[in-house]
Design a binder for this molecule. Sequence first.
Ligand SMILES: [Zn+2]
Length: 113
Amino acid sequence: MRQTYPFTAIVGQERMKRALILNAINPQIGGVLIRGERGTAKSTAARALAALLPEMEVVQGCRFNCDPTRSDLFCDECRERLEREGVLPTGLLATPFVDLPRKCHRRSRGRHP
Ligand SMILES: [Zn+2]
């Protein structure tokens, strides 16, 4: 298992760390764009903060990790499963760290093509 560098051990980069923390507190901020030279702890900080976040409740077996409390945002698969099965099993999942390619932009959880 990969060892995550502790968020609190990152020295400097105060604005970046504050932006990450604020985004974790209020995801409606919509994300944080971090840029900088190689070796300035950008990915390390984001991974370290993700490791501190609480587990999230998801629909078990959903590849998009749909939020079971927001059926209005379910993916097509969860919507069909709910109609078929009546109730969906849930589970806890560690907050994932997702590394997106550059030209990718944010979509709300549960809104899929
Ligand atoms: Zn789903």
